[in-house]
Write a protein that binds this ligand. Structure first.
Ligand code: 4UW
Length: 547
């Protein structure tokens, strides 16, 4: 039954008004001004130093798009799967594919064969783009993809007999191929998100969704209030491009304004500290656990952060205390910390903090982006709260909201109600000035250092262990990671010798590192459930906090 709520109630409108949306594809929009900074660096790998100017990126994307259509069996509308670390070539793979009319899904390169196969087969991926270090993994996944055509090996050797093509040879010459007409309403990307419940699902984001969200950030009044970035800024990020924050709020956003982005394929304290000194970034993109690293790591000193004057943080709650500690660490307060809040399903931005936000509102995730509407509904009766400072679930409406979950109308109608409101599953309140504060989640989602972990996915895995009668996974608070997954298990009779280690040994090799049961495993008599069988996760969380 589709969710709904009464419509005769107060709706919050963005104080910034509306944005006009150009009818452009993501690539047209992002590179519209690229000629202005053609010879300036766009992307640099902070570790290897490999760098591309805006001019190179544009040329390589166009050649890549033509080659994709000329040298493979791919047709516009087909899906391409990116299995890439944070390398500058990520942008080439994305925009070449989009210009060829392909639909892009991207996955965490730490995923196991099992996790990747699930995503890429759900998305009906026909071509995988990867790097030599991950080629074997890509080939193992390719075997299970019914519509598979080929793999593109970035920075590696082609192997035509195995249908492995090299990016460099594909883009070395121009091909005479007409690129298809792509509409702004076409689906551009399919990131995977577990949303409010269940396993990860393909989130259908159109070109317009992604373009709008960048336009919302570039709204003139908002720009004035957020201390805008310019083409002269140098940003440093280690946050994944295969997550919506890195993908649209960093990679595409910075390309639109002609900024220089220094990225790192993998986080190590030494590399991060080296990049701070070597590139002197003016901007850092972080999640709270990375900010905590900057605050607590003894080798990060105010000197390392001297060039930084803006920090963007999102994907998990940023507490006021952390902001204060950061200013204490650097010994100055002239570095803006902007907090954004949003979701994969909203491309991702919903709110942002203005840089002149009063100190008393520290910890707020800001105000609604332009063209965004919100209401907050009571958790028990679903009625609109309608007044400030009272918590409830946040519902939003706006042009950045996804088109739905791929091949899953049921899951879509679970989150987008009959009046078009998107139910975020986040518990929030807003104050008298319409600043929002995220205080909890009603949804199952666990966030480990900003990464999504689906309890359902881990529970299905646990139920595969012989001797497990029932299982539930919840997120428990962790001062560094934000949350960690913890499992509760009911053993079948006769399996009393099942140990915590044997459960961990079963799960660990089957999941990406951040999904490990690092919060622990506990054996219980029964998993608390409501009469319809839904796990009462709060009871389990309370059990943890009592221990
Ligand atoms: N405070 C508290 C936050 C916050 C938060 C997200 O993995 P997803 O689907 O998506 C993201 C998106 C991050 C993001 C959005 C907008 C933005 O400007 C920015 O850059 C600064 C980053 O993580 O997870 C969505 C869920 O993550 C939680 C919340 O529960 C949300 O539903 N979340 N941002 N600032 N919690």
């Amino acid at each position: 039954k589709p969710r709904t709520c009464s419509s005769s109630v107060k709706v919050l409108k963005s104080v910034y008004g509306e944005v006009d949306v150009p009818e452009q594809t993501l690539s047209q929009f992002v590179f519209a001004d690229a000629h202005k900074w053609r010879d300036l660096p766009a992307l640099t790998c902070g570790v290897s130093g490999r760098s591309y100017t805006y001019g190179m990126i544009q040329q390589l994307c166009q050649r890549g798009a033509q080659a994709l259509l000329a040298n493979t069996d791919l047709k516009p509308g087909d899906r391409i799967g990116l299995l890439l670390p944070n390398v500058p070539e990520f942008t080439l793979a994305v925009h070449a594919s989009l210009q060829a009319g392909l639909v892009v899904t991207y996955a965490n390169p730490l995923f196991t064969v099992h996790e990747l196969t699930r995503q890429f087969s759900s998305a009906k991926v026909r071509c995988i783009v990867t790097v030599p270090q991950l080629l074997e993994l890509a080939q193992a996944v390719a075997k299970s993809l019914p519509a598979y055509d080929c793999t593109i090996n970035v920075g590696g050797e082609p192997s035509p007999q195995n249908k492995i093509l090299g990016l460099e040879s594909l883009t070395s010459t121009e091909k005479k191929v007409d690129l298809p007409e792509v509409r702004s309403s076409d689906i551009a990307v399919l990131p995977y998100s577990s949303g409010t419940t269940g396993v990860p699902k393909g989130v259908m984001l159109s070109h317009r969704n992604l373009v709008v969200n960048i336009m919302q950030l570039l709204h003139p009044q908002l720009v004035e209030e957020t201390d805008p970035l310019t083409f002269q800024d140098v940003s440093l990020t280690v946050l994944p491009f295969f997550h919506i924050y890195g993908f649209n709020a960093i990679l595409n956003y910075l390309a639109k304004i002609g900024s220089h982005l220094v990225s790192m394929p993998k986080f190590t304290p030494q590399d991060y500290i080296k990049c701070l000194l070597e590139y002197q970034p003016t901007v850092l993109f972080v999640v709270p656990s990375l900010l905590l690293f900057l605050i607590t790591h003894p080798e990060v000193t105010p000197r390392h952060l001297a060039s930084v004057n803006k920090i963007f943080c999102g994907a998990a709650p940023l507490k006021k205390g952390l902001i204060d500690r950061f200013y204490e660490k650097i010994g100055r307060t002239d570095c803006t910390i902007t907090q954004g809040y949003g979701m994969t399903e909203t491309s991702p931005g919903i709110t942002i903090t203005p840089y002149n936000m009063p100190y008393s509102k520290s910890g707020s995730c800001g105000r609604l982006l332009p063209s965004t509407l919100a209401r907050v509904i009571d958790l028990s009766d679903g009625h609109v709260v309608g007044v400030p400072n009272r918590p409830g679930e946040l519902l939003v409406k706006g042009p950045q909201v996804m088109q739905g979950y791929l091949d899953n109308p049921g899951a879509t109608s679970d989150v987008i109600d009959t009046h078009g409101w998107f139910h975020t599953g986040d518990v929030v309140y807003y104050d008298e000035d319409e600043y929002f504060y995220i205080i909890d989640r009603t949804k199952e989602l666990i966030k480990v250092k900003g990464n999504q972990v689906s309890p359902t996915e881990l529970e299905s895995l646990l139920l595969e262990i012989p001797g497990v009668a029932d299982a539930a996974v919840v997120g428990i608070p962790d001062s560094f990671a934000g949350e960690l997954p913890k499992a509760f298990i009911v053993r079948k009779p006769g399996f009393d010798d099942m140990t915590v280690d044997s459960v961990q040994d079963f799960v660990t090799p089957k999941v990406a590192t951040y999904k490990k049961l690092a919060g622990g495993v506990e054996f219980v008599e029964v998993i608390p459930r409501n009469p319809s069988g839904k796990i009462l996760r709060n009871e389990l969380k309370n059990l943890c906090s009592q221990n």
